[in-house]
Design a protein around this ligand. Structure first.
Ligand SMILES: CC(C)(COP(=O)(O)OP(=O)(O)OC[C@H]1O[C@@H](n2cnc3c(N)ncnc32)[C@H](O)[C@@H]1OP(=O)(O)O)[C@@H](O)C(=O)NCCC(=O)NCCS
Length: 182
């Protein structure tokens, strides 16, 4: 088992903060569970139950405790409201690579939350953790995610055909990456 990780609190622009998951974040899990897409690409429970949501939050703690990665909640500074999630996953960290995943529930979208979160995690991972390459996979139709990645300096590398099953269908995925010397 890899070393346990401590998820830090990080400032994301002036309006958002990244912080560890808390059991008080169940309303965010509920919002995400009602989304048509988020439960397909994450382990967010759908349909929602308090019990399943608590299991989800504890699983995020477990991911850090077992060294799998850093799961963050994206919260608004103004009222501390949790709006979304971003994670840095370290399966290939020994090779200097990490994967980033993110979602923001519908009520918090188009307010710059995920873009700010991704820019923060990217700078932290490249400069503090000294990773060499960060990447994510995005479905070609997902303009919102493509724009979010590009706003944080990620570049399109290519299309991976039939890469993975999502919602029971094999999907093509675009590979986006950012290097430490980009
Ligand atoms: C993709 C997602 C995370 C974007 O979150 P968000 O908080 O609304 O994004 P932001 O407000 O920070 O916007 C970031 C950029 O994307 C653009 N954008 C956001 N939503 C968009 C949309 N629906 N269509 C086109 N562009 C969009 C913004 O204009 C901004 O671009 P800019 O910096 O050039 O102005 C959110 O829509 C989501 O959670 N979708 C479902 C889950 C998902 O697809 N996750 C990613 C899987 S790869």
């Amino acid at each position: 088992m890899a070393e346990p990780l401590t998820v830090p609190s990080l400032t994301a622009g002036t309006a958002f903060v990244l912080r560890p998951w808390e059991l008080s974040d169940l309303p965010l899990v509920r919002e995400a569970s009602e989304d048509a897409y988020i439960p397909l690409i994450t382990t967010i429970p759908s349909p929602y139950s308090d019990e399943a949501a608590q299991v989800y939050v504890r699983r995020q703690w477990e991911q850090a405790a077992t060294g799998s990665g850093y799961p963050f909640v994206i919260a608004r500074v103004r009222d501390r409201r949790p709006v979304g999630s971003i994670g840095l996953w370290l399966k290939d960290a020994a090779e200097g690579r990490a994967t980033v995943g993110y979602w923001t529930a519908a009520p918090g979208r188009r307010q710059g939350a995920t873009g700010a979160a991704l820019r923060t995690v990217t700078a932290w991972a490249l400069h503090e953790l000294r990773l060499a390459r960060l990447h994510m996979l995005i479905e070609p139709w997902n303009d919102a995610s493509v724009r979010t990645a590009e706003s944080a300096g990620y570049r399109r590398e290519g299309l991976l055909r039939g890469w993975q099953r999502i919602g029971g269908v094999r999907r093509d995925m675009l590979m986006y990456s950012r290097l430490d010397d980009d």
